[in-house]
Write a protein that binds this ligand. Structure first.
Ligand SMILES: [Fe+2]
Length: 240
């Protein structure tokens, strides 16, 4: 069809993390989702295994509210469950209790790390998830210093993808727009030219400083990526 577009990482469920705070915030964020041409959304609220209990029932009720709002507005948008899971040692427990939230009914887990995570720690997390049948999607890989280039190498993101070809690498639209254009962010453009990245997503938290910039990021990437690759980057989970 060519009209499908997915946002696989967004914080629009209100009152459960540092994203939307009120029903109105969530509605405005859904308006922005629609304006950005997005038709499938994974509502990836933050979860931190072992740190605090996630309000699963509240989340479910507000996810239903999000879909009801889209229907009422006539938006062709489906809001699916998801989570952005911070890697902690307690991730094991979550897996054992079979409580790990994937992106919708896929086997993909959106995993984030602290910015100064060690490369070896990322590998440990990937192997833990893969051992249990999950496909890791690494959230906003531009944030992890261990994957960025050094003076003498093009950086470990390439080695990571070679070692784990099935791992999905996600970059935020904000990074495409604010960092890719700058001299010290050129390596992000190289990642796209090398077709290393699997997914771009908004990681929107509000309609202000961290708003949805999916359309602008697509426009910025168009000269760098083939049409087929652009489609791949923006249609996670739609068979597009
Ligand atoms: Fe996020």
């Amino acid at each position: 069809m060519g009209s499908e577009r997915t946002d696989a990482h967004i914080h629009l469920i209100y009152g459960v993390d540092d994203g939307a705070k009120t029903p109105e915030d969530m509605q405005r964020m859904l308006d922005e989702v629609h304006r950005n041409g997005i038709t499938t959304v994974y509502a990836t609220s933050h979860r931190t295994p072992g740190y605090r209990e996630f309000p699963v029932d509240l989340y479910g009720a507000r996810l239903a509210e999000a879909n009801a709002y889209c229907r009422a507005q006539g938006y062709p948008i489906t809001v699916l469950p998801g989570a952005e899971i911070l890697y902690t040692p307690a991730l094991h427990n979550e897996i054992e209790r079979e409580e790990l939230q994937t992106l919708g009914d896929t086997d993909v887990v959106l995993a984030e790390f602290v910015p100064n995570v060690r490369y070896e720690e990322i590998c440990t997390a990937i192997e833990l998830l893969q051992t249990h049948g999950f496909t890791p999607m690494l959230a906003h890989i531009e944030r992890y210093a261990c994957l960025a280039p050094t003076l003498f190498s093009r950086g470990k993101a390439y080695a990571l993808k070679k070692k784990y070809p099935n791992v999905l690498l996600q970059v935020n639209c904000g990074a495409v727009l604010s960092r890719m254009q700058k001299p010290n962010g050129r390596y992000i453009e190289q990642w796209f030219r090398a077709e290393l990245i699997d997914c771009i997503a908004s990681d929107a938290h509000d309609c202000g400083r961290r708003k949805n910039r999916m359309q602008k990021a697509c426009d910025a990437l168009a000269p760098v990526c083939s049409p087929a690759y652009m489609t791949y980057l923006t249609t996670f989970g739609t068979n597009g």
